[in-house]
Design a protein around this ligand. Structure first.
Ligand code: GDP
Length: 300
């Protein structure tokens, strides 16, 4: 399917031939684990997750539980799933009268607007009534881009002129969503302001303002990260989670990066659900994160 071919295109580079490590080998020679470790580190799996995997494989080898390349591959698959499965928790939108509010955060270029457009389309297709809030009032282009998605998917976008107060746009959008009987509000936010501190203050304020209309809002804070930025994505996750209560990750651009392994590093470090992955620019290219499908594409 499109899913596997697109994901594999990127992951082939990510694993730098992880699958090939095992094929065509008759036995496990001394170098194999070392080679595997190098592959994992190069794919940005990170020290912690790589160490966990290699230590476990080493222990299993010592106990003679692994005897050939095939059983090593099976054990590796299990170790990878053990890291990813706990965070493979899909976003579930409960039935409720108040709109379910999704606050979307992330730095410019991460794929935030595109993700919002794809997610809105997906939710609409599932029968939800969606309203979008153009909360990135800092960049005119961001509002325009969101409107294009809104037109394409026939979903209302609430906006104010560039330079307006972002929290006020989001507050208005929340009211508008309630008035329209919408059951999902997805709010865009700025990905860059004059300073990092400004941005984080603004995000805190938006979260606070949403809580005024519904004490449980935002119900989901989605942090969008470009997988291609590798370990840098970890630093962003640290910064954003200090400001707002990040409850889910979206990893974008997994179709075109050799650093897709960062998903293991993120899973290990934060233990926060990975809700979706982006595997292209099209409306159908946002997928619910599935640990098995991901690992199998990686080991293919
Ligand atoms: P924002 O600044 O965070 O709102 O980022 P955008 O949504 O504008 O995305 C930045 C660029 O990345 C755009 O050219 C998008 O089409 C592209 N993009 C977003 N997600 C993906 C993805 O999953 N795969 C690929 N290949 N490109 C993506």
């Amino acid at each position: 399917t499109g899913f596997f071919s697109k994901l594999r295109a990127g992951l082939k580079r990510t694993g730098s031939g992880l699958g090939q490590l095992f094929s065509g080998r008759q036995s496990i020679d001394a170098d194999l684990l070392e080679e595997l470790e190098t592959h994992l580190l190069m794919a940005d799996v990170g020290i912690e997750a790589t160490t966990q995997i290699i230590d476990d494989l080493t222990a299993r080898l010592k106990r003679n539980q692994i005897n050939d390349p095939d059983s090593l591959r099976t054990a590796l698959r299990e170790d990878m799933l053990a890291i990813l499965e706990p965070v493979a928790q899909p976003l579930v939108i409960p039935q409720q009268k108040q709109p379910f509010v999704i606050l979307t955060v992330g730095i410019n270029g991460a794929g935030k607007t595109t993700t919002i457009g794809k997610l809105a389309a997906k939710l609409k297709q599932d029968g939800h009534r969606v309203v979008l809030a153009a909360g990135d009032t800092f960049r005119a282009a961001a509002v325009e881009q969101l409107k294009v998605w809104g037109e394409r998917t026939d979903i209302p976008v609430i906006s104010q002129p560039t330079g307006s107060d972002s929290a006020s746009v989001v507050f208005d959008s929340h009211q508008s969503a309630i008035a329209r009987g919408a059951d999902v509000l997805i709010a865009d936010t700025a990905g860059r302001l004059h300073t990092q501190a400004n941005l984080m203050d603004e995000l805190r304020k938006i979260a606070r303002v949403l809580g005024k209309q519904d004490e449980n809002a935002p119900h989901e804070v989605l942090l969008v990260l470009d997988a291609g930025t590798g370990q840098n994505a970890l630093a962003q996750a640290e910064q954003f989670s200090e400001a707002v209560n990040v409850s889910g990750f979206v990893l974008t651009k997994l179709d075109g990066t050799a650093k897709g392994g960062v998903i293991f590093a993120i899973a290990k470090r934060f233990g926060i659900p990975v809700r979706f992955i982006g595997i292209g620019e099209g409306v159908e290219d946002l997928r619910t994160f599935n640990a098995e499908a991901f690992v199998d594409a990686l080991l293919d």
